[in-house]
Design a protein around this ligand. Structure first.
Ligand SMILES: Cc1cc2nc3c(=O)[nH]c(=O)nc-3n(C[C@H](O)[C@H](O)[C@H](O)COP(=O)(O)O)c2cc1C
Length: 175
């Protein structure tokens, strides 16, 4: 069975809550991206906005687990000003050589997820394995549960299939 790690960053707690739900459903481990200079209050919110406007990469600490040991990482990130949250931008940029397959979950008020997925693809130099998005409302009232479970199972199935299925078997060039 493939090894999958969930990596979250959360400013106000919603992405962390979603990460814990996903890990509980799939029995996957979770690691959190933490900032060297944590943010709070209106200055913290202002920093979030500036990070997005200028695509800044705020300093973060090491997350702990060795990323190369995992077949896939599921990234869970809030959306700030229609873009990827800055600390996840830093995480992807600093670890792109260690990351194998990447799946993305965006958590948001209502819009901006496609921009975040596109930015992660750009930073990695390849498209994420799969992606989805939830509103903070769906996370808080638990209505995300069915779709979250289906997403988790899809990631696990895709990873397990790639262990047993040789790409050449299905390649038209192999015929
Ligand atoms: C500074 C800031 C900017 C935000 N910008 C957006 C946005 O552009 N689109 C959106 O749908 N939600 C936006 N949100 C809402 C968050 O994405 C949403 O509340 C999310 O659940 C926060 O995740 P967290 O609790 O894990 O930090 C913004 C929140 C903050 C603090």
């Amino acid at each position: 069975m493939s090894k999958i790690l969930v990596v979250t960053y959360s400013y106000t707690g919603t992405s962390r809550l979603l990460g814990k739900m996903l890990c509980g459903m799939q029995s996957w481990p979770m690691a959190e991206v933490r900032e060297s200079q944590p943010r709070s209050g209106w200055t913290g919110t202002w920093r979030c906005l500036m990070d997005s406007f200028f695509r800044r990469r705020p300093a973060i600490s090491e997350i702990g687990p060795t990323l190369r040991e995992y077949d896939a990482v599921v990234l869970i990130s809030p959306i700030w000003a229609y873009r990827l949250a800055g600390p996840i931008r830093t995480f992807v940029t600093s670890n792109r050589d260690q990351l194998r397959d990447v799946a993305v979950i965006s958590v948001m008020g209502g819009s901006g997820a496609p921009n975040a997925v596109a930015e992660i693809g750009h930073l990695l130099g390849r498209s994420p394995l799969m992606s989805t998005a939830f509103t903070s409302h769906e996370v808080e009232d638990g209505s995300c549960a069915g779709r979250l479970q289906a997403f988790g199972q899809a990631v696990q199935t895709a990873e397990d299939s790639s262990l047993v299925m040789r790409p050449a078997t299905w390649s038209p060039r192999a015929a």
